[in-house]
Design a protein around this ligand. Structure first.
Ligand code: FMN
Length: 360
């Protein structure tokens, strides 16, 4: 049993309301997907989000050179759990041949598709010509895509930004080239590279691109709360939406938009505690080092507690504790204590800065 009957019933009720979609050859149970996030979207986290309603997931970015040099740690990042039903592996690199070779290796791990990272703004990545630097010289893209595509049997997809900077917004041009070369869909983070994570994702621009695009578009950026997701779902031209930082603070973000007024349904602190326990279980079967497990688990617990009362004090206690069992006990006391005290709703301050940096 993954979750208690009580939580499982809520999940099943809402999952049944999701509408399946087809993006080219790719099928998904829902239009709300988990965005790729480095050092977060490993197999246990992706499976957890799938169990909590994400229609599809994408791995963190994985270096094509790391794969080709047989780097052990890079190869570990390619692992997919058998229960993961709809997962893309994301690769990054600048050289078409190296990308093609690594994509062939990645394909052996059974992803449903291979994705290319064309949105990473991080200096170390762009100075080598990969990530969002690929948006700069579109004359090379046709050859880049076709070389990678030829090496694959599964579909090829890309994740981009709207352009390099405000003066060179070129998403539609990139999309048209991608279509010529048989790319299946394009996910777009609605910021330019220069913006990094400042300001807001430009949803007006994303909607225009989506309605003019010859390929299915997945819109992404700043959909951090249930009202924001619900609102966007109701009027978007995008075929799907990707949620990144939002589900870290609210793991029920893939399903809450399907709650109807009459349901009287809320996800309580007890449900959050179940999510922690499930993640612990999935990590336990996946990572070899307890230290890695503690780091991953503690990160998620801290994010998930955001918006509940006395969170600063709880966070302090968690970071003072180095033992896994201690971390679990403190967390149980915190979440179940909130239940006993009658606190059922969280209240996240969406204006507070949260993880303003990442690889896409
Ligand atoms: C910590 C972190 C790591 C990220 N790593 C990746 C990555 O590996 N590949 C990628 O394409 N995007 C990556 N991104 C970008 C996200 O996929 C997404 O485009 C961005 O966070 C905007 O969406 P959001 O506002 O829903 O978080 C990362 C973002 C964050 C915050």
């Amino acid at each position: 049993m993954k979750f208690s009957n009580q939580l499982e019933n809520k999940l099943q009720l809402l999952k049944a309301r999701r509408v399946p979609i087809e993006l080219g050859a790719i099928h998904a149970e829902s239009a709300l997907w988990l965005a790729p996030m480095s050092a977060i979207c490993d197999a246990p986290f992706r499976l957890l989000m799938q169990e909590l309603g994400a229609g599809a997931t994408v791995s963190e970015l994985i270096s094509c050179h790391g794969i080709n040099y047989n780097n052990e740690q890079t190869h570990r990042m390619l692992r997919i759990l058998p229960e993961e039903t709809n997962i893309g592996l994301q690769l990054f690199g600048e050289d078409p041949e190296a990308m093609a070779t690594s994509a062939k290796v990645a394909q052996e791990f059974n992803p449903k598709w291979i994705d290319i990272n064309m949105g990473c703004p991080v200096r170390k990545v762009v100075t080598k010509g990969s990530g969002s630097a690929l948006l700069k010289d579109t004359s090379k893209l046709g050859h880049f895509f076709s070389t990678i595509k030829k090496s694959l049997e599964v579909p090829l997809t890309i994740k981009i930004r709207t352009g390099w900077d405000a003066q060179t917004i070129n998403a539609l041009e990139v999309i048209r080239i991608a279509r010529e070369e048989g790319v299946e869909f394009v996910a777009i983070h609605g910021r330019t590279r220069t913006q990094q994570y400042t300001g807001y994702a430009d949803w007006d621009l994303l909607e225009t691109i989506a309605s003019d695009s010859p390929l299915p578009i997945i819109g992404n950026g700043d959909l951090h709360s249930t009202p924001l997701v619900k609102n966007r779902m109701a009027r978007t031209q995008c075929k799907a939406l990707m949620l990144g930082r939002g589900p870290l603070r609210n793991p029920f973000l893939f399903l809450e938009p399907y709650i109807e007024e009459n349901d009287q349904l809320v996800f309580t602190p007890a449900d959050y505690w179940e999510v922690v326990q499930r993640y612990h279980h999935l990590l336990e079967n996946f990572v070899d080092r307890e230290r890695t497990m503690i780091v991953q688990l503690r990160k998620l617990i801290v994010w998930m507690a955001a918006g509940f009362p006395h969170v600063a004090q709880f966070r302090g206690q968690l970071f003072e504790t180095q033992e896994l069992q201690g971390i679990l006990k403190i967390s149980e006391n915190y979440f179940m204590g909130l239940m006993d005290a009658g606190f059922h709703h969280k209240n996240i301050d969406l204006n507070s800065p949260f993880m303003a940096g990442g690889h896409g």
